[in-house]
Design a binder for this molecule. Structure first.
Ligand code: 5MM
Length: 338
């Protein structure tokens, strides 16, 4: 695959008015989501839920790509069409989570390193054969007393870059996701400081590993106050701080930034994205790659009931549409009621 084709896929993933649906919950995470609606996490229930998401009528108007989990990319629609093939037929690009999760970083209590590099070259080949055109790897950075350490940031940046280089070698666009968690009572300023350092180290490592920046998508957190911080930054403050940090750390060669929602409410994640785009003058496409912020209302409306599939799909269509408007900086909270 040429550098040009990687760039073309990356550009399609962040095309104006479109964004990414993160549906790559690992078995443990999807179980938690199903527990909340009192649904058993069986293979068939997981398949049925992903079927609901991917067969939502009109989803392709606003969704450019879907991140799948290993089990999901091997599953099919109710009519027997493999999910990756079905999405491709709809004009939605299938992607795959390839990390093996964030584990305790030895010697650094409270910090994490994402695993999954061993055998990744071979797994990427298999995933490409199954239809994946992009991949995702999530690094998890925790803010707390005395953390993150410089070494945790460095080790995660290094792993992200090794992953990204392997993806491009396999003709797969890497989504590079260094997530600074919202958990904690830290201020917005502390989130800005940690996020900027995480991004700085990530881009240094990407360059050291000869990653072509025109063929990646960055998936960062927004610069928000810690969930338990008494002083919560306003929407305007989040937008300004996020753009300031990204403009100083993310080269303009990167075609797009697709935010994670990180535990923000669906409405706030949309409002923040819109406010960021409304500032204008951004050198990259700026869109969404939300998991919880796209799926929370869907899960609630569906509740695991076959006769509520349409209600769940209506919720996904609504959130995808509103986030599409936010990609253009045109979302207003009043639109929630419409
Ligand atoms: C869909 O959630 C993903 C969960 O992955 P794990 O099961 O491995 O924890 C997650 O990586 C997700 O893609 C991103 O964090 C963005 O999701 P949110 O919910 O933060 O928008």
């Amino acid at each position: 695959m040429t550098a040009q084709s990687l760039a073309a896929i990356a550009q399609a993933m962040v095309a104006p008015g479109k964004g990414i649906l993160a549906a790559d919950e690992s078995s443990g995470t999807i179980k938690k989501r199903f527990d909340a609606i009192r649904l058993e996490s069986t293979e068939e229930n997981r398949r049925a839920y992903r079927d609901l998401l991917f067969t939502t009528p009109g989803a392709a108007e606003f969704i450019s790509g879907v991140i799948l989990y290993d089990e999901t990319i091997r599953q099919s629609t109710r009519d027997g069409v493999p999910f990756a093939k079905y999405l491709t037929q709809q004009g939605i690009i299938p992607g795959i989570k390839v990390d093996a999760g964030a584990k305790a970083l030895a010697g650094f209590p409270g910090e994490k390193i994402t695993e999954g590099l061993d055998g990744l070259r071979e797994r990427l080949k298999e995933y490409a054969g199954l239809g994946a055109r992009f991949a995702k790897w999530r690094a998890v950075i925790t803010i707390g007393s005395g953390i993150p350490s410089a070494w945790c940031l460095q080790a995660n940046a290094h792993a992200l870059a090794r992953y990204a280089a392997l993806c491009q070698e396999a003709g797969i666009v890497p989504i590079v996701e260094p997530e600074v968690l919202m958990d904690g009572d830290h201020t917005q300023a502390r989130c800005a400081q940690v996020t900027c350092e995480a991004l700085e180290r990530t881009f240094i490592e990407l360059r050291h590993h000869h990653v072509d920046l025109s063929g990646i998508v960055l998936k960062p957190n927004m610069i928000v106050s810690g969930t338990d911080c008494k002083q919560q930054a306003s929407v305007a403050e989040v937008a300004e701080a996020t753009v300031r940090c990204l403009k100083s750390m993310v080269p303009a060669t990167v075609p797009g930034i697709a935010f994670l929602s990180g535990g923000q409410s669906p409405e706030l994640a949309t409002e923040h994205l819109s406010a960021i785009n409304a500032l204008g003058g951004l050198p990259w496409q700026v869109t969404f790659s939300y998991g919880r912020a796209l799926q929370a209302t869907v899960l609630k409306a569906w509740g695991g009931k076959a006769d509520s599939v349409k209600a769940g799909q209506a919720e996904l269509y609504k959130r995808a549409r509103l986030n599409s408007l936010a990609h253009g900086g045109k979302y207003k909270p009043a639109m929630e009621a419409a």
